[in-house]
Ligand binder design. Structure first.
Ligand code: GRF
Length: 217
């Protein structure tokens, strides 16, 4: 099967973008990262992508002000011009309109730093710590018009420690993000997932052991 042509949309440092670029170097990976687009000029991830030999583009959202759809039309033109088949949002700090989401329905993924449907939105690590949850994590999901919703492709969990701060917890969750985003894209790009009644079925690919926290030894 031909490798799927993937674009990554970023606004910042792009560590998840880098994880996807690294994974796609594998010969058997079912996707090629062919384009990285930032809505912020000079975003840190752009230089990293160029260094990795990936084409980059900047489609600034700022000049469009509140006209989100006008910005997205330009974004979409760029994606279509590059024959993009799948889009990965990776720290892309823009709310997307239903129009744009519709263009990429079933073909656009996002990574969120929490175990959805818990902790949608911002400051997920602060809120998880405030609630005293013992397990936290990250989620890769298909994008739907409602923010941080949509069929879940893959989740990864970490233990929350008594002395965690939002910073220490975010580092541990980020480690999981860098594992699950490439794996989730592998599943989707290889056609191993299917959407059924608003849920993503994965054929129970490699079920993992339970994560139980705290562990009593
Ligand atoms: C990550 O925590 C991701 O889950 C969230 O935004 C952050 C992006 O970080 N959507 P990076 O730019 O990939 O390093």
């Amino acid at each position: 099967m031909a490798r799927r042509r993937v674009a990554i949309l970023i606004s910042g440092r792009g560590s998840n973008m880098t994880a996807l670029i690294e994974a796609a170097k594998a010969k058997d990976y079912p996707a090629d990262i062919v384009l990285v687009i930032s809505n912020i000029a000079g975003a840190g991830g752009l230089a990293k992508a160029s260094d990795a030999g990936i084409e980059t583009a900047t489609v600034e959202s700022k000049p469009f002000g509140k006209d989100r759809e006008a910005f997205e039309r330009k974004l979409n033109e760029t994606l279509v011009a590059h024959n993009i088949e799948l889009v990965c949002l990776a720290g892309f700090l823009r709310l997307l309109t239903p129009w744009f989401v519709k263009q990429w329905e079933g073909r656009m993924l996002n990574i969120h730093p929490a175990l959805l449907p818990s902790y949608r939105g911002l400051h997920t690590h602060e809120r998880a710590l405030a609630d005293g949850v013992k397990i936290h994590g990250a989620t890769v999901h298909f994008v739907v018009p409602e923010m941080d919703s949509g069929p879940i492709v893959m989740q990864g969990a970490v233990a929350v420690h008594d002395d965690d701060t939002p910073d220490t917890l975010s580092v541990r969750v980020l480690g999981v993000e860098h594992r699950i985003y490439p794996d989730a894209l592998r599943l989707v790009a290889s056609g191993s997932t299917r959407l059924e009644n608003g849920l993503c079925k994965t054929g129970n690919a490699a079920p993992a052991a339970a994560l139980i926290v705290p562990a009593i030894t």
